[in-house]
Ligand binder design. Structure first.
Ligand code: HEM
Length: 189
């Protein structure tokens, strides 16, 4: 099993080198002797996000009743210059599933980032923005919101404060200007 993992690793490294994906160094979490993929240098500035986060949030908007939710977010990578993102939420009182979404975060060397997200409601987002490795703040603004009946715009800000991940999601609808819909706070498991 270990041998196989290490063989796969070597094959993957060879392919990455062929494609020039490892330029600038791996920066990483893996080694040739483990099954962990080497981290692509493009995602190193956001590597603090990798792993699973759990916490709680609150939702509001002028047109709805405020609500509280539990949430688990995970970020992972496979050695490519992209991080996979998933979020699932649940009702605090009953544990009943609520909204879920997943997507890909593509940070660039110039501090810009593009993110695609598909939501369990059918809505699709293309987000563009910036990240700052020092302040550990990621700011996203929708460039495209697809398959949505009401939503016109979505912004997302993720920020690390004292080791906890905070985010705010704002949205604009056909009836209301851009304003917060979600605020949450999560800790790494
Ligand atoms: C970017 C992500 C999200 C978008 C774009 C979004 C969008 C919306 C919209 C358009 C509404 C209806 C507002 C209105 O009628 O004026 C809504 C309501 C609601 N959202 Fe979200 N939402 C998002 C994330 C979430 C999450 C993560 C949860 C749960 C944890 C959630 C739970 C709710 C609830 C409970 C309501 C009110 C009841 C309902 O209309 O179903 N939403 N959301």
């Amino acid at each position: 099993m270990l041998v196989r993992a290490s063989e796969e690793r070597r094959n993957q490294r060879a392919k990455q080198t062929e494609r020039g994906e490892m330029e600038g160094g791996g920066g990483g979490s893996g080694s040739a002797e483990t099954a962990l993929p080497l981290m692509h240098q493009a995602i190193v500035p956001l590597s603090y996000l990798l792993g699973t986060w759990r916490g709680h949030g609150e939702g509001f908007f002028p047109t709805i009743k405020p609500f509280k939710y539990g949430e688990e977010i995970s970020f992972s990578h496979s050695g490519k210059p992209v991080m996979a993102y998933t979020s699932k939420t649940w009702k605090v009182a009953s544990g009943e599933p609520m909204h879920a979404e997943s997507g890909y975060w593509r940070p660039k060397n110039d501090g810009s980032i593009e993110v695609v997200i598909s939501q369990s409601t059918g809505l699709a987002e293309v987000q563009k923005g910036t990240f700052n490795a020092e302040t550990q703040v990621v700011k996203l603004q929708s460039e495209l919101v697809g398959n949505a009946s009401k939503v016109k715009q979505i912004s997302r800000v993720f920020e690390m404060v004292n080791g906890e991940l905070f985010y705010v999601v704002q949205m604009a609808t056909n009836m209301n200007h851009l304003q917060p819909h979600l605020k949450a706070q999560l800790r790494k498991l």
